[in-house]
Design a binder for this molecule. Structure first.
Ligand SMILES: [Zn+2]
Length: 85
């Protein structure tokens, strides 16, 4: 389970892959304390750099993990029910 994979104690961000696809920066300081959702990890890495520019501590391991893990796309839609002739 990838939930809370990048959580460390000495860090100002809380990033995890959402169950429904995408990656979440939880209670994001750059988003008025609301969650920030990105579709891809590279978008989240850019977001992490914005945190750093704002003085937040983002561990390098968080960036590295985001860059190396495959993107968390939403689960496949179930196929439509078969129609019988
Ligand atoms: Zn954030």
């Amino acid at each position: 389970m990838s939930y809370a994979r990048w959580v460390t104690k000495s860090c100002d961000v809380y990033v995890y892959d959402d169950t429904y696809g995408g990656t979440i920066c939880s209670t994001c300081r750059l988003n008025d304390g609301k969650d920030t959702l990105t579709k891809t990890h590279s978008e989240m890495v850019r977001h992490m750099f914005r945190h750093r520019m704002n003085g937040d501590i983002v561990p390098q391991s968080t960036i590295t993990s985001l860059l190396h893990e495959p993107d968390n796309y939403p689960p496949m839609e179930p196929p439509p029910p078969m129609s019988w002739i």
